[in-house]
Ligand binder design. Structure first.
Ligand code: PSU
Ligand code: MN
Length: 287
């Protein structure tokens, strides 16, 4: 029996990016959207130190409650495996799991990148995009980041940035960043053709497909800027660094915007799931 095209999903957004119970509801809804579009969702994570592509609803609930679930980026995987830990996968580690299981398409919200005012804090998501051939569908890099620096790094690393129905990279909560994409595509078939060309050439990097948040759910730009600035100042005051920084900032912004940022986050995830599934269907299971 032919298998359906697969779409990977991450679990850090469940365990550390969204509050309970929005997180579990969203995770299951994203899976449903992907199934409706004719593809098969595979939410990724580590269970007792083993990489899993296709967490069960019970495991997703466990991740959503976050009890004893680490946030695992690439540098954490050896510890997670050797100590048989449960761990949520970031964009970087979901790419790694997806590639290991032969999944070409991965849908997420926003990738990590270069943090503002701290160019030495650069997400391993960029390293993964530079070294793992998986197509990542997202709404741009998170607005909490230094977007121009992140854009430059993607170029240096040789990662093609595609605008899905847009000429500028979206800025996660808002539809535009003023930063150009490398190519615009308006259909899943166009994206599939670029990805197939990328693979035929033997290129080993990932590819980023950026999809703007739906207009109705986009955050007001001034509100987004103010919330991000306040969150960054609060993190500085509290001395938050390293892997705790992204979850801290996202939580602060959600509270500051009275859930508007949360609504934008949920809407863009659902939209990305639709786009990613359509691309996966276009690609089928071929190489
Ligand atoms: N985007 C969101 N919520 C999240 C993340 C991204 O809307 O929780 C997560 C992703 O898993 C991403 C990670 O890979 O944050 C980046 O964290 P860091 O900057 O520590 O690498
Ligand atoms: Mn970091």
């Amino acid at each position: 029996m032919p298998t359906l095209p697969l779409v990977a999903l991450e679990s850090t957004v469940i365990a550390h990016g969204l509050p309970y119970p929005d997180n579990v509801r969203t995770a299951l809804e994203l899976e449903a959207i992907i199934r409706q579009a004719g593809a098969e969702p595979r939410t990724c994570g580590f269970i007792a130190g083993e990489p899993v592509a296709g967490l069960t609803p019970e495991q997703i609930e466990h991740f959503a409650r976050g009890e004893g679930v680490l946030k695992a980026s690439l540098r954490d995987l050896a510890v997670v495996a050797a100590r048989r830990l449960d761990a949520a996968t970031t964009v970087a580690t979901t790419m790694w799991v997806a590639h290991r299981f032969g999944i070409q398409v991965f849908v997420t919200g926003g990738i990590g990148g270069v943090h503002r005012g701290m160019s030495y804090d650069e997400s391993a998501d960029l390293t993964a995009l530079a070294t793992i051939p998986v197509l990542v569908v997202c709404a741009g890099a998170k607005a909490i980041l230094d977007l121009p620096a992140t854009r430059e790094r993607l170029e240096t690393l040789g990662v093609p940035v595609i605008g899905y129905g847009c000429d500028e990279m979206p800025a996660f909560y808002t539809r535009s960043s003023g930063l150009p994409v490398d190519a615009r595509c308006d259909t899943p078939a166009e994206v599939a053709a670029l990805w197939q060309a990328h693979r035929r050439l033997g290129l080993r990097t990932g590819m980023l497909v950026t999809v703007p948040v739906p207009a109705a759910a986009a955050l007001d730009e001034a509100l987004a800027d103010a919330a991000v600035a306040e969150a960054l100042a609060a993190a500085e005051r509290a001395g938050i660094r390293g892997k705790a920084l992204t979850p801290f900032l996202l939580d602060h912004i959600a509270r500051r915007t009275g859930r508007a940022s949360l609504q934008a986050n949920l809407a863009l995830l659902a939209n990305n799931a639709r786009v990613g599934a359509a691309i996966a269907v276009e690609l089928g299971n071929g190489p």
